[in-house]
Write a protein that binds this ligand. Structure first.
Ligand code: PLP
Length: 388
């Protein structure tokens, strides 16, 4: 068998990423894999499969294998499964909890997840407990009161950029028999590896930085233990419930992953420069970014996150809603759009999205920092902040 980056020992993950998770296509020598558009695969005269696993595309195909193998390697996990969107991945994990069970979820996380968990749990007679995972003592106290089957964290959380202590919470989960799932979308697996901190499952919206080009919807779940009951269920559900990623999206995702390390490096660098800039700007009240020394979870972030603190950041503009909207409206380079992790920088007024009662400060702007030149990003905020 020819030596390929996939089986060469001791390679850095950056190198594995650059080669799209493996060398050329063995059938043709193509350096980029073909897009597998076939939905079904023939059997031979003896009714044997031509290639094991290749029966029907909802079950499996080579492109899924390759992409899932690369993400599992990135996470330091045993197996990964791609889903049709980040929410499909979130839903696949939530469905582990049976009717009558309890789900303990971090409060103040991605709004879509909160909404889904509330509706899903209400409909399925599952007790949903929402609590601040960064008030560690109170969060751990919830275990003895509510006895959760599944604990749900988002690290760092969106849009508050809280960093929960995965190591301590996972230890408590193990003691009490709860499973721990972590949505690490805002960090990427290059920065944060929840499985190495004791989590059982890690989720990502691949729509965000994994693909990185704002041109596909996708999700992925990775397990620490491929033989676990939870993982067997998740795999089976993906096949039976059918929330698979399309072949073209899988191919695009694998292409996006080739540059993940470069993109994350530049985004980290830009975010660090911008957070410094905002910290010193007289019209910014607070910078919510775990890389900032004054951030309440900076020490935990430093111990858990490697090589940077990610590209998601929120700032509180001095003033209220009118000032925040004025700054947003004056930005030229930052595009006014939701989502995160793309090459282009985005700005969002979360209060407008989540509304009254959400608790989102009216002066909060959520920023996704892209790979532009940092000077241009600063110049854009310089002129926009001078509008107030
Ligand atoms: C975007 C996002 C999701 C949902 O992913 P989609 O791909 O939009 O379905 C889940 N969790 C977090 C933290 C996200 O940012």
């Amino acid at each position: 068998m020819p030596k390929t980056p996939h089986n060469a020992p001791g390679l850095h993950i950056d190198s594995l990423l650059a080669h799209g998770g493996g060398g050329h296509d063995p059938a043709t020598g193509a350096v980029s894999p073909p897009i597998q558009t076939a939905t079904t695969f023939v059997r031979d005269e003896a009714y044997e499969l031509i290639k094991p696993g290749h029966i029907y595309s909802r079950d499996d195909n080579d492109l899924y294998h390759k992409t899932e193998g690369l993400i599992a390697a990135l996470e330091g996990g045993e197996e990964s499964r791609l889903f049709a969107s980040g929410m499909a991945a979130v839903a696949a994990v939530a469905r582990i909890v049976r009717p009558g069970g309890t789900l303990l979820a971090q409060s103040g996380i991605y709004w879509g997840t909160t909404l889904f968990l509330r509706k899903f749990c209400a409909r399925n007679n599952i007790a949903l407990v929402e609590a601040d995972a960064c008030d560690l003592e109170a969060f751990l106290d919830e275990f003895s009161v509510t006895r959760p089957d599944l604990v749900w964290l988002e690290v760092p959380s969106n849009p508050y950029l809280k960093v929960a202590d995965i190591l301590k919470i996972s230890a408590h989960c193990r003691q009490t028999g709860a499973l721990l799932a972590v949505d690490a979308t805002a960090a990427t697996p290059l920065i944060l590896k929840p499985l190495s901190l004791g989590a059982d499952l890690v989720m990502h919206s691949a729509t965000k930085a994994l693909n990185g080009h704002s041109d596909l919807l996708g999700g992925v779940v990775t397990t620490r233990d491929a033989a676990s009951e939870a993982w067997t269920f998740i795999k089976e559900e993906r096949k039976l419930a059918g929330a698979v990623l399309g072949s073209f999206e899988t191919w695009l995702l694998l292409r996006g992953l080739r540059t993940l390390s470069l993109r994350v490096g530049r985004m980290n660098q830009n975010a660090a420069i911008l957070s410094d800039y905002f910290e010193r700007h007289p019209k910014i009240e607070t910078v919510l970014y775990p890389g900032v020394a004054g951030h309440p979870h900076h020490d935990i972030a430093k111990s858990q996150m490697k090589g940077g603190f990610g590209s998601l950041m929120s700032v509180l503009v001095k003033g209220g809603k009118p000032e925040a909207l004025k700054v947003t409206g004056a930005l030229d380079l930052f595009q006014r759009a939701t989502s995160l992790g793309g090459t282009e920088s985005l700005v969002e007024h979360r209060y407008t999205i989540e509304g009254e009662g959400s608790g989102i400060p009216e002066n909060l702007l959520r920023l996704s920092i892209g790979i532009e030149h940092a000077d241009d990003l600063i110049a854009d905020f310089d002129q926009a902040l001078s509008a107030i």
